[in-house]
Write a protein that binds this ligand. Structure first.
Ligand SMILES: Nc1ncnc2c1ncn2[C@@H]1O[C@H](COP(=O)(O)OP(=O)(O)OP(=O)(O)O)[C@@H](O)[C@H]1O
Ligand SMILES: [Mg+2]
Length: 323
């Protein structure tokens, strides 16, 4: 599989304060590989360095150290060649405030070298995709946050990018609009087979959208993998909760495949397993055969939030974990 992004040893420091004397190392040696056609998520808390990393990958910012290849092109030497083939949409979209939605789209289309019929056809298809038709004459500064976000996404697809960067695509949006935007991201990625690198601090968003995820904290990558792999590796465990009559043998439970731990008291049993959905059926059958009458059974699955907390606890080591 070809790589859309190959980054090694990225370091970025910002200076601020009097005489630029305050120095802050924001990225502390990032190694990352993103495959072509992936939706890859950079997940991390506020201030982790997500936007800084995205700005470097999209050639808006230079790193202090490190090497970066974007679509096989050296980002430090040939930024202009990369800019033709990538685009970026940001949660804090910055457009010409006094121009309307349509004027802004035409303005950016012109910057990307589109003109005449080609420009109008492209703009029309994006207006349809992001439901902007009724808002075409509204100036940017009067748009709601959700509409600004949709305009930003539409703008980011004007040049049919091979690689798309999305910085917090659903930040500040209500759940309904967020779901719609995620669906649009999914559909666009599938239709155009582009690579998407997105940042978010929303674990659910990362889990629903991304093929692979990198956890970023304090400028370091803690782990990289698919959501499933990351969950498996930390063994936070899913919970199966059973209300029962009769008896359950703890020893028997521990012999069952996938069981990590258990507790039994007063007709309630909590069993920690690697994968609740897979283990619940066989487990219930074995317990029933062993003399328990199951009155109620519920599943509680680990989410990425738990996994991130676990990785953060063991974040002492300098090198990230790749799973
Ligand atoms: N131009 C700048 N000058 C000085 N410090 C900066 C600059 N840009 C970012 N920083 C600092 O770098 C750190 C990382 O910022 P960054 O915006 O990359 O984080 P983030 O993970 O995107 O956070 P958020 O979730 O809030 O968007 C922060 O401490 C921020 O204050
Ligand atoms: Mg940010």
């Amino acid at each position: 599989m070809a790589l859309a992004i190959k980054a090694e040893g990225i370091v970025k420091t910002f200076r601020s304060g009097w005489w630029h004397r305050k120095v802050k190392e924001v990225l502390k040696g990032i190694d990352l590989q993103v495959e072509e056609g992936e939706i890859f998520g950079i997940l991390g808390p506020n201030g982790a360095g997500k936007t800084t990393l995205l700005s470097i990958f999209s050639t808006l910012l230079l790193p202090d150290k490190g090497s970066i290849k974007i679509l096989g092109i050296d980002a430090l030497q040939d930024g202009h060649r990369i800019r033709e083939r990538v685009n970026i949409s940001s949660g804090n979209a910055n457009f010409v405030w006094s121009l309307t939605v349509l004027e802004n789209l035409r303005f950016y289309a012109m910057l990307y070298g589109l003109s005449g019929k080609r420009r109008e056809t492209k703009i029309e298809s994006l207006i349809d995709l992001f439901g902007l038709k009724e808002h075409l004459e509204v100036p940017f500064d009067r748009l709601s946050t959700g509409l600004k976000q949709r305009l930003s996404l539409a703008k980011s697809l004007l040049n049919d990018p091979t690689l798309l960067f999305l910085d917090e695509p659903t930040v500040g949006l209500d759940p309904g609009v967020s779901i719609r935007i995620r669906d649009q991201i999914h559909a666009t990625q599938k239709a155009n087979r582009m690579t998407i690198l997105l940042t978010t601090h929303n674990m659910k968003e990362a889990e629903s959208l991304c093929h692979r995820i990198a956890f970023l904290r304090e400028g370091k990558i803690l782990a990289v993998g698919t959501p499933e792999d990351l969950k498996r590796v930390v063994r936070v465990g899913d919970l199966i909760r059973i209300q029962f009559e009769g008896s359950i043998s703890g020893e028997e439970l521990l012999r069952m495949e996938g069981v990590i731990n258990y507790s039994i008291s007063n007709g309630f049993c909590e069993i920690m397993v690697d994968d609740a959905e897979r283990r619940a059926g066989p487990l219930a059958a074995i317990l029933s055969n062993g003399g328990a009458r199951i009155k109620n059974l519920t599943l509680e699955q680990t989410d990425l939030e738990d996994v991130f907390v676990e990785f953060s606890k063991s974040a002492g080591s300098d090198r990230g974990l790749c799973v």
